[in-house]
Ligand binder design. Structure first.
Ligand SMILES: NC(=O)c1ccc[n+]([C@@H]2O[C@H](COP(=O)([O-])OP(=O)(O)OC[C@H]3O[C@@H](n4cnc5c(N)ncnc54)[C@H](OP(=O)(O)O)[C@@H]3O)[C@@H](O)[C@H]2O)c1
Length: 324
């Protein structure tokens, strides 16, 4: 396969390169692009040092099978439509195209069938949405999902390299807030993204609209409170969900234990530090909510892997007919 990664030097881009190796993808050509800032630097694919190139229009004079974007919305809006001159599928990690009607928003294990015969731009969902919607899709099939109330605990790597650098600098005494609206070290911040008119912030709205789009049901109510916490990698979510039908707890446990990309633990819990290089959505502390029509659980996943790079690489592999 001929692949280009746009934003290769970032947190997500670097993980995409690792995923290609981990999944044993047969690569004929791998081109790495970033901004002018890191052009000329090298990144390793296995034991081969590849030079990072500045992304310019010349990139689309070449032919790729797949172009993976992880360079933010601004770059994606301009360059992803252009990339279609050079490839059949451009997979974008930003929020630029997620709400567009004709553009599939894909978690391969849930709605991967949308990729069949598709050419164009595919949107990769928001990190918190991917990890949460995997178990919710299983439970929705069983009992009919009606409403979800969640609080998230999102790591600083969710803000890219700059988020990690800001926490590290504050640990060492620096007072610079970086891009955050408050101090993050030994603190937490209940705002991720810009404020919206209805009192929610952008990350919360994404969890609502994206969950409905992926589960193909506009009636699902989602009330999210998204919180940035001083954790380096791994997002955690406390989920409360209500259903149309009575919940059979044993059946829910059984189906979650068998589901693809879900790691279900009955008698313990997972923390962000436990994740290592896991590509799964970890579900634990499953219990009834206030009544027999509801469930509560604890959900943890690696935001750079499952929440971004791995989902994007799996979209590519599913489209290409590989199994990751
Ligand atoms: N981090 C997460 O948990 C996460 C989860 C889901 C989705 N995402 C999305 O994935 C994307 C990347 O996130 P990240 O965390 O990897 O960010 P990051 O660590 O800040 O990396 C950003 C990347 O974009 C590149 N870039 C910036 N401006 C560019 C330009 N004009 N042309 C070409 N490349 C450019 C940077 O290159 P330089 O090295 O040259 O600056 C770098 O490679 C964002 O859209 C983000 O919203 C991130």
């Amino acid at each position: 396969m001929k692949i280009a990664i746009i934003g290769a030097t970032g947190e997500v881009g670097r993980m995409m390169i690792r995923n290609l190796v981990e999944f044993g993808v047969q690569i004929d050509e791998l081109d790495l692009y970033a901004s002018k800032r890191s052009a000329g630097t090298s990144l390793y694919y296995m034991d081969e040092a590849l030079k990072v190139m500045e992304l310019t229009a010349a990139a689309w004079d070449k032919a790729y099978d797949y172009v993976l974007f992880s360079a933010g919305s601004g770059v994606a809006k301009v360059q992803a439509p252009e990339a279609l001159k050079a490839c059949k599928l451009a997979i974008d990690n930003s929020s630029a195209f997620r709400k567009d009607e004709g553009i599939p928003l894909v978690v391969p294990e849930i709605n991967g069938e949308l990729l069949k015969g598709y050419r164009g731009i595919v949107a990769n969902p928001n990190c918190s949405t991917i990890q949460m919607v995997l178990p919710l899709a299983v439970l929705d099939k069983l009992f009919g999902l009606r409403k979800v109330v969640v609080s998230t605990y999102q790591s600083v790597s969710g803000s890219g390299h700059k988020g990690l650098a800001t926490l590290q600098a504050q640990r060492e005494g620096c007072e610079d807030l970086g891009d955050y609206p408050a101090v993050i070290d030994l603190n937490l911040i209940p705002q991720i993204g810009a404020w919206l008119d209805d009192g929610y912030c952008a990350e919360e709205e994404k969890m609502h609209s994206e969950t409905c789009k992926i589960l193909n049901n506009d009636k699902i109510q989602v009330c999210a409170t998204t919180v940035r916490v001083p954790v380096m990698y791994g997002h955690s979510i406390s989920v409360y969900a209500e259903f149309e039908d009575k919940v059979d707890l044993k059946l829910a446990e059984q189906k979650l234990s068998q589901a693809e990309a879900i790691n279900y633990s009955a008698n313990t819990f997972t923390t962000p530090l436990d994740l290592g290089s896991s590509n799964e959505s970890h579900v634990s502390r499953l219990r009834h909510g206030g009544d027999e029509y509801s469930l509560a659980f604890w959900n943890v996943a690696h935001n750079i892997r499952l929440g971004a790079a791995t989902n994007a690489v799996k979209i590519m592999l599913k489209h290409a007919g590989y199994e990751a």
